[in-house]
Design a protein around this ligand. Sequence first.
Ligand code: KG4
Ligand code: ZN
Length: 363
Amino acid sequence: MIAQTQPLRCLGIESSCDETAAAVVTGGGEILSNVVFGQAGLHDAYGGVVPEIAARAHAERLDHAVRAALEGAACALSDLDLIAVTSGPGLIGGVMSGVITAKALGAASGVPVLGVNHLAGHVLTPMLSDGLRPPYLVLLVSGGHCQFIAVLSPRRFQRLGGTLDDAPGEAFDKSARLLGLGYPGGPEVEKAAASGEATRFVLPRPLLDREGCDLSFSGLKTAVRRARDRLVAAQGGLYQRDVADLAASFQEAVADVLATKTERALADMGARHPITGLAVAGGVAANGVLRARLRAVAEAHDLALSAPPLELCTDNGAMIAWAGLAQWQDGAEAGQDLSPRPRWPLDDRAAPLLGFGKRGVKA
Ligand code: KG4
Ligand code: ZN
């Protein structure tokens, strides 16, 4: 028998939205390379991701991303043990480009190919970044996602709740626009809010009166618009003080709702499973006020809050490589017969999500 001298190595490919990404990760959790080609500038004029433009950009860039990832890892195709590719959910053209690329690489090299759920990539990342081990709870909050996921094993997930309309990142971006702040709105709102008075405007806390962990953010955005319109009608415009106070009031409402629903999600999961950790992922996880609130919730439950670094929170290939390895080692079958799944809920038993998000249908 030949002893395994090298840890397993996996190439991960991600192209389900507007990032063309490839990475090589080892079974020991070492990220050997992590290449992300964004599509900044291609979609700006349209106010959202245009699927056809995204698909063409992925098709043009995927082989470059893969080559750069392999070179960065000093790794030949034949050195790989596995190729993992996002095979859904996401924009179908981009997902197809990734799946075709992975299959071609697999056919040329004989390396097995495994289709990975994009959301599994996000929620398994705390294993890679913070050494968390299931069962743990993840709050996924970005421009396109908002879900509470109980991670029970690398292949078993329970969705405890999610947004019924907008994702929180969308609410930040839209509120920023209403307040005349730049894009992306999240960091701009956070900056403006730092000098604001969060109690000046009484904004709604949507769905707090309803049981369970579902969320809604579109009403909050409307409330920001109304408050702004009232000020404009009364005084002809917004003073800097108004922008700061409205930004702070909005941010407080989002953090309040997410913290309270996280409490509920922990109680819900805790009634059925032990919980080893609480993680927050996605672009909105960068928000300092939200992090502080979630850290307090975690500490009240004797848990640490894990927040992967931003480059692992936003779409990337390393999360797909890692999720692929974790699922493969958990018994998932790799082969050549995978097909793209534009809709692919992590938890088949949960009710379908109603929200779509600015980045397309997510689950
Ligand atoms: O995960 P992400 O990079 O992309 C996807 O949506 O998939 O998330 C981007 C979102 C944007 O809506 C952005 O405004 C928001 O994350 N964001 C923030 C902050 N930084 C980024 N929201 C609130 N506070 C922040 N500091
Ligand atoms: Zn994503």
